[in-house]
Design a protein around this ligand. Structure first.
Ligand SMILES: Cc1ncc(COP(=O)(O)O)c(C=O)c1O
Length: 397
């Protein structure tokens, strides 16, 4: 091979492949009911309206919509996003909004702005794997805190912050990917108080709070302390992930300016046409109705999944029952290793993600993440029965 003597960067050599993407390849076999992905239901995409607004844009203003744009984002879209965020209780102005290529880029920008090799990142275990993958490029170390039913626990957090080595506290505080847990208001306040006391930024990664099934969500951490929190929101789960359009809200001044410069170096700006389409779509006034529709559908699917789990899962298997988002978390007796069990699951035509993938420092071997937004109700029923059978066999029942 002529390129066999190329030297790769230490960063590239250290980067592992994303376990989930590897697993998703196996689970795409025909006939397999997959609870492994994290995809929104494609049949619910508002494609007819998107087609209409796209036609309108390409008829009325193709020159602007297909042109280079500003790094900060399409100004009217930033305005509308700021308005929406204020309605949701997050105080911000359009000048603090940076439109990013998915929240995944927001995470990369956070990494570029805050992390050096060896810097500490505080997060929960389990946590969102994609954040670890984005941060890993900058080679930080992680201090992870266990989760209880209310998300990340905080025992020992102050001692860790006291080391002076922590650069960011990264959290998905509402309907977390992967476990569906939500940190309640009092624990959020505690974390914010400590962040303020030690001057550490909190990254509030929030793709799911607008997918609350009963409309209840605790106060956003960004609202509790706007100057201490970098907030990430995205249209991926609310509208369609293929747009790759999301937003980062950073305190004005140094932090915001650095985020803009880092993004500029990566991709100059987010896809202009997509930003125009989302802006025009929001102007139609259909978005709230669409959100209501997907909340209802996901809530029904969650109910079916939970009901089936209660009915068929053997004793000793427990699971979270989130009131929003796309995922729930199953914990099996410690004798079961869900990574080892996966090939047998695929043989039975059902798939999940082993929970260990969400533990940056190892652990969670007897857990799994289950998605309920993509499979329909019938598939959920059949798939949970298949899993229950598998658990019975594995537990010798
Ligand atoms: C917690 C969390 N953050 C960020 C992302 C990335 O979202 P986006 O599609 O906006 O890049 C996801 C996607 O699943 C997620 O679950």
């Amino acid at each position: 091979m002529p390129n066999s003597r190329w030297e790769y960067s230490e960063r590239a050599i250290a980067m592992k492949s994303n376990v989930i993407r590897e697993i998703l390849k196996i689970t795409k076999k025909p006939g397999v009911i997959s609870f492994a992905g994290g995809l929104p239901a494609p049949e619910l995409f508002p494609s007819a309206t998107i087609k209409e607004v796209t036609n309108k844009i390409l008829t009325d203003s193709p020159g602007e919509a297909l042109q280079y744009g500003r790094t900060e984002g399409y100004p009217p879209l930033r305005e509308v996003v700021a308005e929406r965020m204020n309605k949701l209780g997050v105080p911000c102005t359009a000048e603090e909004i940076l439109i990013t290529s998915g929240s995944q880029q927001g995470l990369d920008v956070v990494g570029r702005v805050f992390l050096d090799e060896g810097s500490l990142v505080v997060t929960s275990r389990p946590t969102y794997l994609g954040a670890i993958q984005a941060f890993d490029t900058y080679r930080p170390r992680y201090v992870t805190f266990d989760s209880d039913k209310d998300g990340m626990t905080v025992d020992g957090l102050e001692d860790t912050l006291l080391t002076g080595e922590v650069r960011v506290i990264y959290l998905v505080p509402t309907f977390q990917n992967p476990d569906g847990r939500t940190i309640p208001t009092d624990r959020r306040k505690l974390i914010i108080d400590l962040a303020e006391k030690y001057g550490i930024p909190v990254v509030e990664d929030d793709p799911y709070s607008e997918l609350s099934f009963d409309g209840e969500v605790p106060e956003h951490m960004k609202s509790m302390s706007p100057e201490m929190v970098v907030y990430l929101g995205t249209f991926s789960k609310l509208l369609a992930p293929g747009f790759r359009i999301a937003w980062l809200i950073a305190p004005r001044g140094d932090c915001y300016d650095r985020c803009v410069r880092m993004k500029q170096g990566a991709d100059l700006h987010t896809n202009t046409l997509g930003q125009h389409i989302i802006y025009e779509y929001l102007k139609t006034g259909d978005f709230d109705e669409h959100l209501e529709k997907i909340r209802k559908a996901y809530s029904k699917r969650r109910n079916v999944m939970v009901e089936m789990m209660h009915k068929y899962f053997p004793e000793g298997v427990s699971f979270t029952e989130p009131n929003g988002g796309l995922f729930l978390w199953v914990t099996l007796p410690e004798s079961i290793n869900t990574t080892e069990l996966l090939p047998k699951a695929v043989e039975k035509q059902v798939a999940y993600i082993p929970g260990n993938a969400f533990y940056p420092a190892g652990g969670g071997y007897n857990t799994m993440r289950m998605n309920y937004s993509k499979p329909n109700e019938e598939e959920i029923e059949i798939g949970i029965k298949r899993l229950a059978e598998l658990f019975d066999e594995a537990l010798g029942k």
